[in-house]
Design a protein around this ligand. Structure first.
Ligand SMILES: C[S@@+](CC[C@H](N)C(=O)[O-])C[C@H]1O[C@@H](n2cnc3c(N)ncnc32)[C@H](O)[C@@H]1O
Length: 336
């Protein structure tokens, strides 16, 4: 199919400044398609960060006369600006577990806050309790990051918010690699993660599975979209729109081709970190500086490859989600 053959309504993925494909708004067709067929009036977004998904949801809400409620522990300037410009957006500055019981009434939830077993199980329990108290069915609920690296390994924004007995042994400023169940020497960078992958009460997918095994999880359908770090969708099989959501999601649900693509994508992200680190080291070594100088003399001014060329190629400031300067300092310390 050529680009001109695409249907006009094809979803255009958002700008991805870090090139991780880490925003839930990458699931556009699934996300808005599900909200549409479920006839959602108010969507509760947990974990809004810079408001990229919030903005996309507001765009969707504008077309449906719907409302968006965003829950965020640390609202950014971007999110505050969105709030100021959109009366149909409510921002609640607290944790999901405090917000869920008290938020304005909602009929869909997007969970993308703290990716650990304790928070996700309690969020699902709170959503179920709220629905029960209102006499309504469990709402359409989408959970981001139920694939690697979060599926079987907790990460924590604020480990002190997790009771000791539910928190895994943690390590700070770590690299994760899908081939290493412990901590890796390079890979994707996280501020705070469980030291080991696997075992009970560890990870977001484990949390969903454990919730589904409880009384509150009975009668729920569960689809898994194995792309962009994994999206889980929960909805009540008794809902009038259940079949429509099922039809929409079934081509993607646990699709083995998507699984292979995602594994391959993650492998490339991890490999990119190794390559970037080695190139960075090389570019700033005395040996390279001498070679660059010789090349400059030989080429009468312009070296064949400069430090800037290498930095540009690895895009040190771009693809990293963590603070680039801090990360550079850590890499320098780690690699000598
Ligand atoms: C992965 S980001 C969300 C990205 C956003 N959904 C998107 O697609 O662009 C997670 C956000 O959740 C927030 N957060 C962490 N723990 C939370 C909690 N317990 N309740 C609400 N928000 C939380 C963090 O501050 C962070 O901004």
């Amino acid at each position: 199919m050529s680009p001109d053959d695409r249907p006009e309504e094809t979803f255009i993925p958002p700008d991805d400044r870090y090139q991780w494909g880490a925003s839930i708004s990458d699931y556009g067709e699934i996300l808005y398609g599900s909200l549409d067929v479920a006839g959602v009036d108010t969507v509760l977004e947990i974990g809004a960060f810079q408001g990229r998904l919030t903005e996309a949801l507001l765009d969707w809400a504008g077309r449906h006369d719907s409302q968006v409620v965003a829950v965020e522990t640390d609202p950014t300037e971007e999110l505050r600006s969105l709030q100021a410009a959109h009366p149909e957006l409510t921002v609640i500055e607290t944790t999901s577990l405090e917000a869920i019981p008290a938020a304005p009434r909602f009929d869909a939830v997007i969970v993308d806050g703290d990716h650990n077993w304790f928070t996700v199980t309690r969020e699902l329990e709170a959503i179920a309790a709220r629905a029960g108290a209102e006499g309504s069915a469990f709402p359409l609920t989408m959970l981001h990051d139920i694939g690697w690296p979060h599926a079987r390994r907790d990460t924590y924004y604020a480990p002190e918010r997790i009771p000791d007995e539910f928190r895994q042994p943690v390590a700070r400023e770590v690299w994760l690699d899908p081939s290493e169940p412990g901590l890796a020497k390079s890979g994707l960078f996280y501020d705070c993660a469980a030291v080991r992958e696997g075992g009970p009460r560890n990870g977001t997918l484990t949390a969903v599975e454990d919730f589904l095994a409880t009384e509150a999880g009975k009668g729920l359908e569960f689809a898994v979209i194995p792309a962009f770090f994994g999206l889980g969708v929960l909805w009540p099989e008794s809902a009038s729109w259940s079949g429509a959501v099922s039809t929409l999601l079934s081509p993607y649900d646990r699709n083995p081709l998507l699984m292979r693509l995602e594994a391959n994508r993650v492998q490339h992200l991890v490999r990119r970190d190794v390559q970037a680190r080695i190139l960075h080291q090389l570019a700033h070594s005395g040996t390279f500086k001498a070679a660059e100088l010789m090349s400059k003399i030989r080429n009468l001014g312009t070296p064949a490859v400069s430090v800037q060329d290498i930095e540009h190629a690895i895009d040190m400031g771009g693809p990293r989600p963590a603070d680039a300067k801090k990360l550079d300092e850590m890499l320098a310390e780690r690699d000598g």
